[in-house]
Structure formats: C-alpha cells, structure tokens
Design a protein around this ligand. Structure first.
Ligand SMILES: NC(=O)c1ccc[n+]([C@@H]2O[C@H](COP(=O)([O-])OP(=O)(O)OC[C@H]3O[C@@H](n4cnc5c(N)ncnc54)[C@H](O)[C@@H]3O)[C@@H](O)[C@H]2O)c1
Length: 253
C-alpha cells in the first residue's frame, strides 16, 4: 500500500499501459486519481470500475494532452477535489504513421510532436507548481526504447521519445532541490492496441515485434505498471533524472 493518502494524475488512462497503471495504483491505496484521455467512453468505465473495486476515488476527465487548458484542468481537478498533487504519470501518446522520412506526412509529424512531446511539456508545466505547493512530488514521463535507439519508418515517433528524455532530465535538475523527482520509462514492445495497430495484426509482424525482446515475447501492461508504482513511490526517493528501459533486454544488445 505505497500510495495511501496520495493523489495523482495519469494521462492516456483509458487503455493499455495507462489503464493498467491506474488499477495498480488504486490497488496500492491511492486516495485520488485523476484519469485523463480523449477516449471518454473507455476512460469513464475505468474510473467507475476503480471507484467500485477500491478505496480510491477515481475521476475521469476528457482531456487532450496537447492542449494547455486541458492540462491545467487536470491539475485544478486534483487540487480542487483532493487538495494536493503527489505524482503524475504522463503516459498519453500516439504511434503516428509508418513511412520512411521523405514520405512521412507533415501534418502527422506535427500532430505526433504535439501529443508526445508538447503534451509532456504542458503536463509538467502545470503539475510542477501544484507539487511545489504539496511539498514535492514524483513525475514519470513515458518514452520508449524508441527514445534510446532508432527504428526505421518511425522517425518522428523516435524523435518525440528521444526529446521526452531531454525535457525530463533538465526538469529533474531544475526541481531536485525542491523535492520533485522527474524520471522516464522506456518500455519495449508491450501488448496493447498500439502495437497491434502498428502490425495491423499481421502474424509475421507480430512475431517480429515479439522477437525484438531477447526474452522472446511482448511485455504486459502490468509489467510496466509495476515499475511505475515503484518509481513514483517513496521507495524511489533518491531516484531522479533517470531513464529506465523495461524492455525484456532490448537495450542490452
Ligand atoms: N505499447 C508499446 O509497445 C509501447 C512501447 C513503448 C512506449 N509506449 C508508449 O506508452 C504510452 C501508452 O501507450 P499504449 O501502448 O498503452 O497505447 P494505447 O493506444 O493502448 O493507449 C494510449 C492512450 O492514450 C490516449 N491518447 C491518445 N492521444 C491522446 C491525447 N491527445 N490526449 C490524451 N490521451 C490521448 C489514447 O486514447 C489511449 O487511451 C504511449 O505514450 C506509447 O508511445 C508504448
């Protein structure tokens, strides 16, 4: 029960890794969770299931992470309903298109950067002042192994995930002395809708993505959620500015 009395925000919480993390942190006793997504139908279900099953009060807010006003609303909701903000998992992201750089659509480049990078910047911009008011906090930003190495046909995605690391390391330095920790998680291929959209369900492509991991399989959303719970908890109080592959061994090669 590492999250008793704690209040946090999770973006991209309607599906996949964000959803698994919301359940994990509720199971660990979180007092309040503000769950954000553009997928209102699934997001509302996640929030009501959590509130039914756990002591946690989970509130779903339909919010686009690329919009400043929406990010402000999330923080205002946490502080307004629960009086504080202790942690945030800035997880929302899209995979974008798949094409060699010269063929990549410019409008998709702009959209992807606005969600995957601008979204993380805006999230922290509003979360940090609320955490300072609460005496400190823990921020975890979502990157990917694609934030640590290149992947052909995904160059804007790779660029956005590299950029999240730079943003996070600098913020970690800026706020370390004020008890705000900022870290990054770099998952390998995780079994969520995102991966199946990239493979289009093609069996050979699915196998290739599983083989990316030396362990020979996809990771599960729960395997990422377990890490999120640790790094956002007080057990990780001396950990800031790090970027951690949870990747079945990809980055060892
Ligand atoms: N699945 C993987 O293999 C993998 C690997 C490394 C990193 N990631 C990253 O993990 C994060 C979560 O991905 P996932 O695999 O759970 O995918 P997913 O598609 O299942 O979930 C992503 C969620 O983000 C939401 N979202 C999309 N755009 C949004 C926006 N503008 N504002 C708010 N919410 C928005 C979606 O509605 C969805 O609920 C992403 O940032 C992704 O890049 C995924």
């Amino acid at each position: 029960m590492r999250f008793t009395d704690k209040v946090g925000i999770i973006t991209g919480a309607a599906n996949g890794i964000g959803k698994a993390t919301a359940f994990k942190l509720a199971a660990e006793g979180a007092k309040g969770l503000v769950l954000a997504d553009i997928d209102a139908a699934h997001g509302a279900v996640v929030a009501s299931q959590i509130t039914e099953q756990f002591e946690t009060n989970a509130i779903f807010v339909e919010a686009d992470c690329s919009q400043a006003e929406d990010n402000k609303t999330l923080v205002d909701t946490a502080v307004g309903k629960f009086g504080r903000l202790d942690f945030a998992f800035n997880n929302a992201g899209i995979e974008g298109a798949q094409a060699p750089l010269a063929d990549y659509p410019v409008d998709m480049f702009d959209k992807l950067i606005s969600i995957n990078l601008r979204g993380v910047f805006l999230a922290m911009k509003f979360q940090i002042p609320a955490m300072l008011e609460s005496g400190g906090g823990a921020i975890l930003n979502m990157s990917s192994v694609a934030g640590l190495k290149g992947f052909a046909t995904l160059s804007p995605y790779v660029a956005s995930k590299h950029a999240v690391i730079g943003l996070s390391k600098s913020a970690a330095l800026e706020y370390a002395a004020q008890n705000i920790r900022v870290n990054v998680v770099n998952p390998g291929a995780i079994d969520t809708e995102m991966i199946h959209r990239i493979t289009h369900g093609n069996e050979a492509a699915e196998q290739a993505f599983q083989n990316l991991q030396p362990v020979g399989r996809y990771g599960t959303p729960n395997e990422i959620a377990d890490f999120v719970a640790w790094i956002c908890s007080d057990e990780a109080r001396f950990v800031t500015g790090v970027t951690v592959p949870i990747d079945g061994g990809i980055m060892a090669g």
